[in-house]
Design a protein around this ligand. Structure first.
Ligand code: PRP
Ligand code: URA
Length: 208
């Protein structure tokens, strides 16, 4: 199974707070944003740099800047929106591509309802964000959409992943790195991650 679990103490501490049963909507939102920021820092660790000459305070100086086209962040509606501001704190000029998928509660299959992707995906890194990777259906469907539009560099940032979902994504898209705060135990009979966080979308939007 291929997944990068970031064991930074701050990430693990914030995840522990998120798992509390009586966490408020406000706290869940804030922690999700903070975790997204920390995970995005890890996920962007290998962005390529290029030397650029600038006018510095004492004359010309060669500095290192991120190479290539601005990356695109891809929140999966709804819950991915909860991670968006945290990621944008680190990459404020990123383009945003939005994908709407709702998991059918009975079949657990993702049902697409919205797609608005930025252009020139062929030479842009796409960072998919979604708090939960459960069966993996939503993530695989999103990667399929991006690849259909020519995207070749894709990473996914999730807060909690289930082994079942990681296996599905690894099999369908072995080139896509998954960065997570935790690889949890398993899915229950309703497709919820155990121990997980419960319904992340409902907790972020207060629709419980
Ligand atoms: C949740 C979650 C993921 C998906 C994960 O969204 O945010 O998108 O389920 O499940 P999967 O790996 O089995 O596909 P949901 O469809 O409940 O929609 P929401 O974000 O609008 O609550
Ligand atoms: N979606 C969630 O929000 N939580 C889960 O545990 C699984 C899918």
């Amino acid at each position: 199974m291929k997944i990068t679990v970031v064991n930074h103490p701050l990430i693990q501490h914030k995840l522990a707070l998120l798992r509390e049963a009586d966490v408020s909507t406000n706290k869940f939102r804030l922690l999700t944003e903070e975790l997204a920021r920390l995970l995005a820092y890890e996920a962007t660790r290998d962005l390529p740099l290029e030397p650029v000459e600038i006018d510095g305070w004492c004359g010309k100086v060669t500095v290192q800047k991120v190479k290539g086209k601005k990356l695109t962040v891809v929140p999966i509606l709804r819950a991915g929106i909860g991670m968006l501001n945290g990621v944008l704190d680190l990459v404020p000029s990123a383009k945003i591509s939005v994908v709407g998928l709702a998991r059918n509660e009975e079949t657990l299959q993702p049902e697409p309802y919205f797609e608005k992707l930025v252009g020139s995906l062929d030479d842009r890194l796409a960072l998919i964000i979604d708090p939960m990777l459960a069966t993996g259906g939503s993530l695989v469907a999103t990667i399929d959409m991006l690849k259909r539009k020519g995207c070749t560099q894709i990473k996914a940032i999730v807060m909690v992943a289930a082994p079942e979902g990681v296996k599905l994504v690894n099999t369908a898209h072995p080139d896509v790195e998954i960065v997570a705060a935790s690889l949890d135990s398993h899915l229950n009979e309703h497709g919820y991650i155990i121990p997980g966080l419960g319904d992340a979308g409902d907790k972020i939007f207060g629709t419980k």
